[in-house]
Design a protein around this ligand. Structure first.
Ligand code: RM4
Ligand code: MN
Ligand code: MN
Length: 388
């Protein structure tokens, strides 16, 4: 295989998962701006995810967030997805939006609240089984705001207990991904603030528990690709929540703020052979399009990951190794920069034509009149979202 054929084959096989919640209205704690044509339920969110897949060719699954995406019949939702050409991806339990969770969910000092949170996690395992999902993706808002508020160690014990009970309920083919976040909504301690905490819990649980790296959840300046390399080495990189940030958990379009960081992350992935489906790294997006139109923003985001991947695949691995081994610092760096500075848009346009999709997905979406159709169709009802 020529190099170009190898790169195209890898890009053709790439899978990026979109998040249902990105299609609903969202905002900051200051304002949620409603947009036209926003889905009113999980079915319409799935439709929007299917549209993103139709225009990009590489986004064939959508993650659900429960209860935001609660439906009466999950098998029916799953069928709706497959009729639309996609499937249900990761199931994300939401244990952070009820009054009961003021002091936490699975780490709450009150055993009744812990039980309620655990029951929801177990329900989500069931939803995963019904929808054919293989990933239970956990994020906990749990933590404390003030020193002394609760026992850090007791909270870890409670967390471990809930995770173990959930893990035990998962079928063989399901993986648990445990996400970490440095701060917010808790400001003094988060119960899973960093990859190390997540990793320790995963180790205690078993092979099917892995760390989820949300790129927006680190302190400014954190070397995320280093974390990625470490977790890959340990076989515990379960997947990503891609998004980009300038300051904190901004949830902006991936690759918008720092395309070079995204390239560096994808370089570690490619070097470790983890782009391969067998490596089971889930490439998921976790974003909110507060002010920009959502479907084209999601298309843009998928393309940004694809571009970074193409550049990472272009890195001349032999030249890089040779430079590294001979201690050629500048040469090694130049190999990387050469790849990063290559315009990959022509090869991607070519690839898309070969895949039978438009070489310029954003322009194609604009031309398609799909947005106008949705505006006409989605009248009445109440839009999905975080509430204004
Ligand atoms: C959190 C975290 C979770 C996401 C929620 C909406 O900050 O990133 O993955 O489900 O936001
Ligand atoms: Mn996330
Ligand atoms: Mn987040």
């Amino acid at each position: 295989m020529t190099d170009i054929a190898r790169i195209k084959a890898a890009l053709r096989a790439q899978r990026i998962e979109t998040p249902s919640w990105a299609f609903g209205n969202s905002g900051t704690r200051f304002k949620v701006f409603a947009q036209e044509a926003v889905p009113r339920n999980a079915y319409e969110k799935v439709d929007d995810a299917a549209t993103v897949h139709r225009f990009t060719g590489i986004a064939p699954s959508v993650a659900l967030h429960i209860p935001w995406d609660h439906v009466a019949n999950y098998a029916d939702l799953s069928k709706h997805a497959s009729d639309a050409g996609i499937r249900i991806g990761a199931i994300n339990p939401n244990v952070f939006q009820e009054d009961d969770y003021r002091l936490g969910s699975v780490c709450n000092p009150d055993p009744n609240v812990r039980r309620k949170a655990l029951d929801h996690l177990l329900d989500c395992v069931e939803i995963g089984v019904t929808t054919g999902s293989t990933i239970l993706s956990l994020w906990f808002a749990d933590g404390t705001n003030y020193p002394g508020q609760d026992s850090v160690r007791a909270r870890q014990d409670r967390l471990a207990e809930a995770l173990a009970a959930t893990y035990a309920a998962m079928p063989e083919r399901m993986r648990m991904l445990l996400e970490y976040k440095l701060f917010e909504p808790s400001f003094y301690t988060m119960d899973v603030p960093d990859w190390g905490t997540s990793y320790l819990h995963c180790l205690a649980l078993g092979d099917r528990a892995q760390v989820l790296v949300d790129t927006g959840h680190h302190a400014p300046g954190t070397n995320i690709e280093f974390i990625v390399a470490l977790l890959l080495r340990a076989g515990r990189l379960g997947g990503f929540h891609f998004n980009s940030r300038f300051y904190a958990d901004d949830d902006l379009m991936v690759g918008a703020a720092d395309p070079f960081q995204l390239f560096r992350i994808m370089h570690e992935i490619v070097q470790a052979g983890a782009l391969d489906a067998a490596a089971d790294v889930a490439f998921m997006l976790d974003q909110c399009h507060n002010i920009e139109p959502k479907i084209p923003a999601m298309i843009r985001s998928v393309l940004n990951v694809q571009e970074a991947t193409a550049k990472a695949l272009l890195v001349d691995a032999d030249a890089l190794r040779a430079a590294q081994q001979s201690g050629d610092v500048l040469g090694a760096n130049a190999v990387l920069m050469d790849a990063f500075n290559t315009d990959v848009r022509p090869i991607l346009a070519e690839l898309r034509e070969e895949m039978g999709i438009d070489p310029d997905p954003i322009a194609a979406y604009r031309r398609s009149g799909h947005h106008q159709r949705l505006v006409a169709e989605r009248q009445g009802g109440s839009q999905a979202g975080w509430g204004a």
